[in-house]
Write a protein that binds this ligand. Structure first.
Ligand code: PMP
Length: 304
C-alpha cells in the first residue's frame, strides 16, 4: 500500500504526515463528503513538473460546484492552489515520480446531510507513483455492480463517498481473478473501470464512451483524444456495448494511476491478437511524451 510522504499540506500549512487528520465527527468521515483529484509530478534530471495542473484544479472546482461545496470557490483560487502544490513538492523533494492527491473535505461537525455553507479543509499529500493496474496487458471482468448514474451520485464529480461503488466492483474483479472491472450502466452500456477510462479500437477508429455515459471526464482521456486527433486517428465518442469490447481489435485504459495501459482479456475473451496493438502503441508513446512535457501543449507546470 502507498504511504503519504513525510510532509502533508492541511488547511493552510505543512504538517508531519502523522498529524494530518480530519475529525471523526466531520461530514468527510460521516458521509464521505470530500471531493478530490490526483495528478502526477514527474521528476526528470533533478527538475520536477506537474501534468495539467490547471485542468485538475478546474475539475476540483467543478466537483465542488456539483456537490454544493460552496466554500471552496469562496476560499480558494488557482494561485492559492498552485502555491500549496509548490510548497508540498518542495518540502518532500521526491527523487522519483509521485502522485499528488488533493482533497477538499467538508469538516463541519455533525451538520446533518447538508453541505452549503459548511466549513472545508483542503489536504494535499504526495505518494509513490505506483500504477493501480498491470502495464503489460490486463484482464478485465464486466461487473455485476452497476455504475452510479448521474442522477444518483454523478461520476463527473470526483466525490469520495461514490468510490464505494468502485471498491465493490474492483474487489469483485480481484476476487474473481481479474485485474479490474468494466462498469456498465443500468442499460448495459460500457462506462469505465474502477478508476480509469476505457477505449477500444475497431477498424482503425478509436472509440470511447462519451462524457454523458456516467464516466469521470478523465484528464488522461482528454489528453489521449487530443493526441489521437493530432495523429490523424479517427475518433468517436459514443455509447459502447459490452460486446463491442469482446470483438475490438484493441482495448486500452487511461488514468493518472492507470497510465495508458493495454487490455488483453475481457470476460475470458482475448482482445484482438492478445498483444499491444498499433494504435495503443502509438498513443502510449505520445501520452508518455506528453507527460514528460515533450509536446507543445503547455500541459506541464515546472515546480522546482
Ligand atoms: N474514472 C475514474 C472513476 C477515476 O477515478 C479516474 C482516476 N482519477 C479516471 C477515470 C481517470 O481520470 P484521470 O485521467 O483524470 O486520472
Amino acid at each position: 500500500m502507498a504511504q503519504p510522504h513525510s510532509h502533508v499540506f492541511l488547511g493552510d500549512r505543512l504538517v508531519p504526515a502523522d498529524q494530518a487528520t480530519v475529525g471523526v465527527a466531520s461530514s468527510a468521515v460521516l458521509y464521505g463528503l470530500s471531493v478530490y483529484t490526483v495528478f502526477p509530478v514527474l521528476v526528470e534530471g533533478g527538475s520536477r513538473h506537474a501534468f495539467r495542473l490547471a485542468d485538475h484544479f478546474r475539475r476540483l472546482e467543478e466537483s465542488c460546484k456539483i456537490i454544493g461545496i460552496d466554500r471552496f470557490a469562496q476560499e480558494w483560487d488557482h494561485s492559492r492552489f498552485e502555491v500549496g502544490v509548490r510548497e508540498l513538492v518542495a518540502a518532500n523533494a521526491p527523487a522519483d515520480d509521485v502522485f499528488v492527491r488533493v482533497s477538499v473535505h467538508v469538516v463541519e461537525s455533525i451538520p446533518g446531510t447538508r453541505v452549503r455553507g459548511c466549513a472545508i479543509q483542503v489536504s494535499m499529500f504526495v505518494y509513490d507513483a505506483v500504477p493501480i493496474v498491470p502495464q503489460d496487458g490486463m484482464r478485465l471482468k464486466s461487473s455485476p455492480w452497476r455504475r452510479i448514474p448521474d442522477n444518483a451520485i454523478p461520476s463527473r464529480a470526483k466525490v469520495n463517498g461514490a468510490y464505494v461503488n468502485s471498491v465493490l466492483a474492483k474487489q469483485d474483479a480481484i476476487d474473481s481473478g481479474y485485474d479490474d472491472c468494466v462498469f456498465l450502466d443500468g442499460s448495459g452500456h460500457v462506462c469505465e473501470l474502477s478508476a480509469a477510462n476505457i477505449f477500444l479500437v475497431r477498424g482503425g477508429t478509436l472509440i470511447t464512451p462519451d462524457v454523458s455515459c456516467d464516466i469521470l471526464d478523465g484528464i488522461n482521456r482528454r489528453t489521449v483524444l487530443t493526441l489521437a486527433h493530432e495523429e490523424g486517428i479517427p475518433v468517436r465518442e459514443r455509447t459502447v456495448d459490452l460486446t463491442e469490447l469482446y470483438i475490438a481489435d484493441e482495448v486500452f485504459v487511461t488514468g493518472t494511476s492507470a497510465g495508458a495501459a493495454p487490455v488483453f482479456e475481457i470476460d475470458g475473451r482475448t482482445v484482438g491478437a492478445g498483444i499491444v496493438g498499433p494504435v495503443t502503441t502509438a498513443l502510449r508513446k505520445r501520452h508518455a511524451a506528453a507527460l514528460r512535457g515533450d509536446t507543445e501543449h503547455g500541459w506541464v507546470t515546472p515546480l522546482s
